[in-house]
Design a protein around this ligand. Structure first.
Ligand code: SAM
Length: 330
């Protein structure tokens, strides 16, 4: 086995930020994702799930939430969606022991309503979604989602379709690019950054995540603000745009209302204020949903210490109305 160590050098990156990676183990290794707010999400779904019902996990990832649902409620079945073929493969292996109680389907969750319609008319006994990207997607340099490792400027969760980040940058003009970086990355220096990125693209100097970071640093300097790398917000904004993450969520929320059974719950973890706002609005529709979390729940300090990704997680749980007659009004 040849292990190739690469050094990703960037003129503006300080010594302790040089990233060494081993292509084989980082790119192809095990699918390891630490599940965020495991108990809170799982209990949010199963507490109200009807006996013998069908639950959908809209963001299967490594299968952490689904595994706990299947273990804690042996009467339930779960269908898991993910648009990433690698996640589908990894979760299918991990959850194979549950036999026909579990099924994984590669699809964007925006299409989940139609995909379900083709399989069953059964109302859902529960639904969960854990938005955003998984650790393997971030950590695999070939996915191009992170500036920590140099890789092609791709950023797609579904590597089989859609436009890559590089293609998106090529298609948009500097103003459109700035709008994306501002809106989804919440980056106030978006205009300057977008102009510099477009210049690098036009001069054929933009192919990798290291090139993108270099262009951003050229625009705004290498200083970290509040411990945040100058490229963080731009990378996030581009990733959200490439994967159409906000549009995806809007469509998920639409079919959730159609498919979740009266009395059953929808637990949703978000990591971006735009996402949380949409979820909050959904559960505000007092005649359709009852918010079981008036304020979003967040991860405990202990969990954040163990898994920094949990830091920005916000969990909202809503219960579909009307409640079953046996329960009456709460
Ligand atoms: C944070 S991970 C989920 C981790 C999972 N809950 C676990 O415990 O292992 C999010 C997953 O959702 C998937 N995903 C994100 N947006 C999606 C979408 N619009 N449609 C389908 N899958 C999506 C990503 O590919 C990723 O695998």
């Amino acid at each position: 086995m040849t292990i190739e160590l690469q050094i990703c050098f960037d003129e503006a990156v300080s010594d302790d930020e040089f990233v060494w990676f081993d292509e084989e183990t980082q790119g192809m290794g095990d699918f390891e994702h630490t599940t965020v707010m495991l108990d809170e999400v799982v209990e949010g779904v199963i507490a109200t799930a009807a006996q013998g019902g069908l639950v959908v996990d809209a963001t299967l990832g490594g299968g952490g939430h689904t595994e706990a649902i299947l273990e804690r409620r042996p009467d339930l079945r779960v269908i898991g969606f993910d648009r990433d073929p690698r996640a589908i493969e990894a979760a299918s292996q991990r959850l194979a022991r549950f036999g026909d109680r579990f099924r994984a389907l590669q699809t964007a969750f925006s299409d989940g309503g139609e995909v379900l319609d083709e399989l069953t008319r059964e109302p859902l006994a529960g639904l969960c979604a854990d938005l955003g990207v998984s650790s393997p997607q971030i950590d695999d340099p070939s996915r191009g989602m992170s500036f920590r490792h140099s890789g092609p400027l791709d950023m797609r969760m579904d590597t089989t379709s859609g436009e890559t980040a590089l293609e998106l940058i090529g298609r948009l003009d500097a103003d459109e690019l700035a709008d994306i970086i501002y809106r989804y990355g919440e980056e106030r220096r978006s205009r300057r950054i977008a102009r510099t990125i477009k210049r690098a693209f036009d001069e054929d100097e933009l192919a990798t995540t290291a090139d993108l970071r270099r262009a951003i640093v050229r625009a705004v300097g290498p200083a970290r603000i509040g411990g945040v790398d100058p490229a963080t917000r731009t990378f996030q904004g581009l990733r959200i745009a490439v994967n159409r993450e906000i549009e995806e969520l809007e469509r998920l929320l639409l079919w959730a209302t159609q498919r979740v059974a009266p009395g059953a719950s929808f637990a949703i973890l978000s990591f971006h204020s735009l996402e949380d706002r949409l979820v909050k609005e959904l559960f505000r529709q007092g005649d359709v949903w009852r918010a079981l979390t008036k304020k979003p729940r967040t991860a405990s300090d202990d969990e954040v210490a163990l898994n920094p990704r949990a830091r920005s997680a916000k969990l909202r749980v809503g219960r579909r109305l009307p409640l079953p007659e046996s329960e009456g009004e709460e």
